[in-house]
Design a protein around this ligand. Structure first.
Ligand code: GLN
Length: 286
């Protein structure tokens, strides 16, 4: 009897193993492969561990391999799957908006600390992008009225879709270049994660951030252009003792505190993120 080679079906385990070899060896390589495979199989991650022997058909293999090739070329996972988890919420993303970062949850936490539950505060989120920050606050503080702005119309429409899909009706979306269209309204709290990366940062050429909108990341030669506009102008849009909370780069804390001092804000304080790095500076309007 002639020997026949028995070709066994490609399993989920096989696919993940060979995928790992195709990505550069980074801390996130395994997680990236798992998330991409889950998105093709439309399964949660536990499924990969519970059923590693599941055979994967050739169409799913091809879809997975094409995502993997894009990831290997530096394209961010969240743009490949179309969503990112932020504050335990499913936020849809596309190339018109920055992918929400875990460290930005610190900004949400501080905004919530400044806004006791059941208060009917007014909150302004400048440069909302995907809407992640405004949406996280809106879910935690349903009585607050939130205005979310962006200079980018496609980003604003993405944010609006996210808010609608999550059933939120306490956010108003305004097309605005920082304060240009927010009018005479004064807010109890203004928050922003503005662009703060220095224009000559190498990441714009070689890093994953080259796939994200430059508008959302590039803060000028020292990364501070947005703060130079937001901090002085914030005075006219904050109520008395209203707070301005700004995310920034880990080495920018002192310069941002100086800008606040220069504009006569009170109780200026920098807070660290979960990695212990300076990440958010907050201050009160006199
Ligand atoms: N934290 C982002 C990064 O390092 C920058 C975000 C921003 O500029 N607002 O990629």
């Amino acid at each position: 009897m002639p020997l026949t080679s028995v070709k066994h079906a490609v399993t989920l385990r096989d696919l993940l193993q060979s995928a790992l070899q195709q990505l550069p060896q980074t801390d996130s390589a395994r997680l990236d492969c798992e998330i991409l495979l889950c998105s093709v199989l439309k399964q949660e991650r536990y499924f990969l561990y519970a059923h590693p022997d599941t055979p994967i058909d050739s169409r799913d293999q091809a879809d997975f391999n094409s995502l993997l090739a894009k990831r290997a070329a530096g394209f961010p996972v969240a743009y490949l799957t179309g969503w990112k988890e932020f504050w335990s919420l499913h936020i849809e993303v596309n190339q018109h908006a920055l992918i929400p970062r875990p460290e930005t949850e610190q900004l949400v936490e501080l905004a919530l600390e400044s806004t006791p539950a059941n208060t009917k505060s007014t909150i302004l989120d400048l440069g909302t992008g995907s809407g992640a920050i405004a949406i996280a606050i809106a879910t935690e503080r349903p009585d607050c009225r939130i205005t979310a702005t962006d200079i980018s119309l496609p980003a604003l429409s993405l944010a609006q879709q996210n808010a609608e899909r999550l059933g939120l009706n306490n956010i108003r979306f305004v097309h605005s270049d920082w304060f240009s269209a927010t009018g005479a309204q004064r807010f109890d709290l203004i928050i922003s994660n503005p662009p703060y990366v220095e224009s000559d940062h190498s990441g714009f050429i070689t890093g994953d951030i080259r796939h994200e909108p430059r508008l959302a990341l590039d803060g000028g030669s020292h990364g501070l252009d947005a703060y130079r506009r937001i901090i002085p102008a914030g005075i006219a849009s904050l109520s008395t003792r209203g707070r301005l909370l700004l995310e920034h780069g880990h080495s920018q804390g002192e310069l941002i505190r100086q800008l606040f001092r220069h504009n006569h804000y009170l109780n200026i304080e920098t807070k660290q993120d979960y990695s212990g790095l300076d990440r958010v500076t907050l201050a009160e309007r006199p």
